[in-house]
Structure formats: C-alpha cells, structure tokens
Design a protein. Structure first.
Length: 291
C-alpha cells in the first residue's frame, strides 16, 4: 500500500480484551486476530500494546501472526516496586506476547520519571535495552509535559505525543521539529482527538461548546476539499515530516479496513492551518470524554 502505510501503528487500547462487549456476535479475540492479519497484510509498521493487561497481552500473543510482522511496543511497568520488579514484569510481557525481544518499551506517564523512583526506573529500562530485550526505550507524554525538555533530559529513543489536525500545538510551537533534530523518533497518537472530529455539531459535549464553531469550520473545509474526516485526519498525520510513526486505534476489523483505505488514498489538499483548535478544554479529552 505504500510507504505512508508503513508509518502506521495499530494501538491496542480499543481492542476490548478486558471485559469488552463482543463485536458482531464474535468474541473479542476473533476480532483482534482479524485486525492483526489485516495489519500484517497492509504492512503496517507497528503494534502498540499500550496499557494492555496481562490477559490482553496473552490474547494478542496467541493470535498474532508469526513471525511478528511489525515492531511491537510494550508498556513499561511502574518502578515503585524496584528494579527487580521492572525486569520481571518486562520479561513477563514479552513471554505473554510470545516474543524474545520487542521493538520498544514505553514509559506510560512522564510524571513517573520525576518520582522518587523515576531515576532507577529509567536506568533499568535502558539496561534492558542494552541487554537486548528491547531495541529502544521511549516516553509517552502530553503537550503539558514539555516533551522537548523530556527529550533533552532523558535522551529517549522515542517520544510519543498527541497531535492531530485539530490539536496542532506541538507542531505550531516547533516542539516536534526540535525533538527530531535531537535524533529522537516522534510517534503521534490521538490523531482523531477521541473522535471529536467525527461528532456532528448537535452532539458536541457541553464542556467544549466553545469549540463548536471551529469544529464546524474544519468539517466544512474538509467537505469543500472533497474529503472526509477520516481521510483528512490520516492524511494530515501521515504527511507530517516530523512524525516517524502514527498510531491509530480500531475496535473492529471493519474500522481498521476503513482506516487503511483512507490512509492509502493521496493526502487531501486542505488548509490544515485553519483547522487547528485553540480551546484548552477541547484539547484535553479527559475533561469531556466521559460526558
């Protein structure tokens, strides 16, 4: 499907493996198997297991094509129980996934690195990388975490941050370009801003009604450009030169198929700059997602 598809990573956050509702009358495991087969055939570059539980990791490991056709990213265990626990849990994650090594291990909260146990946690993860369990170590961060400062201080191999055609903060202020200049890979996540771009105007949560006019304008510009929100969101993220990888989520194989088809299309020629939101309440999904 082309080089842009190889930048795509599939995130496991929406797989529904921990008490998820069966999809199309199927067990979640069957849906995940079909998604991973689709991802492999499309030559997606990454599988990000995110914050999967031990059960979720075991299911992914059981249904993943072999040999693993993409780089696998796993979460780092918290460091508050010591370095032995960090190594034990990291090795357990690999075992559940059926891997002898993985592409990367990610710190899931940048704040953990500034805790009392943060320094030895980071040192232990780098030691696991140096021992060959992981090719790279990375940090998952928010815009408010100062990802440029994190890159300078900790020198990770990867920084994972939210960015989208609606949330362009880290692009506008030059943060992502600065991180790349340091030799750190940039992985974009939350490129759909938790589905906000897909919501019709009458379903925008009350907490972010102030952004409704800008959202309507973005949707109008997309329609005038003879595109659709899915193609626009993917086209924007995949065309960013700052991004080494773009992580998307899917709950079903049909959702993933639609995303792959949209990503395979030429990126639409749209006025990206006029689609960015600047309302903080809209750019912080935990404030409104549960509404």
């Amino acid at each position: 499907m082309g080089t842009l598809i190889s930048k795509l990573g599939l995130g496991a956050a929406r797989f529904g493996l921990d008490g998820g509702t069966p999809v199309r009358g199927r067990a979640p495991e069957g849906e995940v198997r079909e998604m991973l087969i689709l991802a492999a055939k499309a030559e997606m570059g990454m599988l990000d297991t995110g914050a999967a539980s031990p059960h979720g990791e075991a299911v992914v490991g059981a249904v993943m094509p072999r040999p693993a056709p993409f780089g696998v990213v796993v979460k780092a265990p918290r460091g508050d129980r010591g370095p032995v626990f960090i190594e034990t849990e990291a090795r357990a994650s690999l075992a559940r996934l059926g891997l002898s090594r993985a592409d990367a291990v990610m710190v899931q909260s940048a704040g953990d690195l500034f805790s009392a146990w943060g320094p030895f946690m980071w040192d232990q993860l780098k030691a696991l990388r140096d021992d060959g369990l992981f090719k790279r170590v990375g940090i998952s961060a928010y815009a408010s975490d100062d990802p440029v400062g994190l890159a300078r201080r900790f020198k990770p191999d990867i920084i994972q941050v939210p960015a989208s055609l609606l949330d362009q903060r880290l692009l506008i202020d030059g943060s992502l370009a600065a991180i790349r200049e340091m030799g750190v890979d940039v992985h974009l996540r939350s490129i759909f801003l938790n589905g906000l771009l897909f919501l019709p105007p009458d379903r925008v949560p009350n907490q972010i009604k102030g952004a409704a006019a800008r959202l309507s304008r973005a949707r109008r510009l997309i329609a005038e450009g003879r595109s659709d929100p899915l193609q626009a969101a993917l086209g924007f993220a995949l065309s960013r030169p700052e991004a080494n990888a773009v992580i998307i989520g899917a709950a079903t194989a049909s959702e993933l198929s639609a995303a792959l088809a949209a990503a395979a299309s030429p990126p639409p020629d749209l006025d990206w700059d006029n689609m960015a939101l600047d309302e903080p309440e809209a750019l912080d999904p935990p404030r409104w997602r549960a509404a």
